[in-house]
Design a protein around this ligand. Structure first.
Ligand code: CA
Ligand code: CA
Ligand code: CA
Length: 393
């Protein structure tokens, strides 16, 4: 069982990692030359392995449901393969399909995660599958969507190597953003003053002013824009934020300072650009402070603040419907006073990291025997050992 990604190419694999993989295949094949290997669902789903095995002199082919897997010396089970075809195969199986780990009884499922792998560390260097490697080394270079191994491995599983997952400092929600504003989460800050509430980092949204994020930050950031609106007549007005990923609008209706009681719109989730609406009733004309907080957790991002011309509020139409205007360019009863003071927050600090097994094996056949048999037979099976040397990686 491996942590891997179908799209990893030879150019991304270090010589040491290739050595471990070659040794792993040799061990699975019991050093057999000119072996027959089948790849599920097909070679394209594990092209690097198919190429590696072909270069080693083996015959590799796509899985053909009409040919029993038992006619092969090794099956490579990639994502998209039919796990039922190899679950009871009497040949060694190498699997890196995270969603099937539980079906194959090789580990709990762990899903996938996209990251640039940190160093690989050999855990059991004495095992033949380790290829004589030791210590830590770069395994795979570049960002990939890893098919991970589950945290729970069967009893007796041997981990050959593990690798580190590193995560860049992130902003995933309004709590993260508020922590940067409060100074309890590390960040770089940048400021700017703009005439209209439209900031864009790769996501244009509904308005085309598209001020850059202060500091020119891209990808992962928080942004807080503050200013004053002038309301020329009492009444209920609709506001909307268009945001990628999440955001919050507060308006100091009671004119006692901005706080949680002033929430008008709260969208505390990751997602592509979309409008979120809210109404505010002003008992009197006047000047009111407002604050828009927003974040982009990655990819493109933007934040726009719009005001509706519709009387009485309750406007939930598309921002491009004709009833909405961008704050800073409004012609109705609500207008911007002065400029918008924007502060952007670029998260910094320690990368977080965790470790995953990248290469583990155990005798899945033995595990299945124990699971399927009544207790007294399980003990017997346990004592007699597996019927064939399990070489599931
Ligand atoms: Ca825009
Ligand atoms: Ca208030
Ligand atoms: Ca985003």
């Amino acid at each position: 069982m491996l942590a891997w990604d179908s799209t990893i190419t030879a150019a991304a694999v270090s010589p040491q990692m290739q050595s471990v993989l070659t040794a792993t295949f040799n061990w699975l094949l019991n050093n057999k030359a000119n072996a027959k290997v089948v790849v599920l669902p097909n070679m394209a789903a594990a092209q690097y392995f198919a190429d590696l095995l072909t270069a080693a002199g083996h015959t590799v082919s796509d899985f053909d449901p009409s040919v029993a897997v038992t006619n092969f010396d090794l099956a490579v089970h990639a994502p998209g393969g039919d796990s039922s075809q190899v679950a009871s195969a009497k040949v060694p199986v190498l699997t890196f399909s995270a969603a099937d780990h539980d079906d194959l009884l090789v580990s709990t499922t762990a899903g996938t995660a996209t990251f640039e792998a940190g160093p690989v560390t050999i855990v059991t260097g004495s095992h033949p599958a380790a290829g004589g490697q030791s210590g830590s080394f770069t395994g795979v270079t570049g960002s990939f969507t890893w098919q991970l191994l589950g945290d729970i491995l069967p009893n007796g599983a041997i981990t050959i190597a593990n690798f580190a997952q590193t995560n860049l400092p992130s902003v995933q929600n309004l709590t993260n953003l508020d922590a940067m504003v409060a100074g309890t989460k590390q960040s770089n800050k940048f400021t700017n003053a703009v005439q209209a509430f439209d900031f864009s980092d790769g996501t244009p949204g509904d308005w085309s002013i598209d001020n850059p994020i202060p500091g020119g930050i891209t990808g992962t950031w928080g942004l807080v824009g503050k200013g004053k609106i002038v309301v020329s007549a009492p009444g209920t007005y609709s506001f909307a934020i268009g945001v990628d990923d999440g955001g919050r609008l507060r308006i100091d209706k009671n004119q006692n300072g901005i706080g949680p009681e002033d929430n008008v719109i709260v969208q505390d989730a990751v997602g592509t650009h979309a409008p979120y609406y809210g109404d505010v009733t002003f008992a009197s004309a006047g000047t009111y402070d407002f604050e828009v907080a927003s974040f982009s957790a990655g990819g493109g991002g933007d934040i726009e603040l719009s005001v509706s011309l519709q009387s009485g509020g309750n406007d939930r139409s598309a921002i491009t419907s004709g009833t909405w205007e961008l704050l800073g360019q409004t012609t109705g009863a609500v207008s911007l006073q002065g400029t918008i003071a924007a502060i952007s927050y670029e998260p910094t600090g320690q990368r977080s990291s965790g470790f995953h097994s990248i290469d583990s094996f155990h005798s899945a056949e033995r595990q299945r025997q124990i699971l399927r048999r009544p207790k007294h037979q399980a003990r017997q099976s346990d004592a007699s050992g597996p019927q064939f040397p399990g070489r599931h990686l």
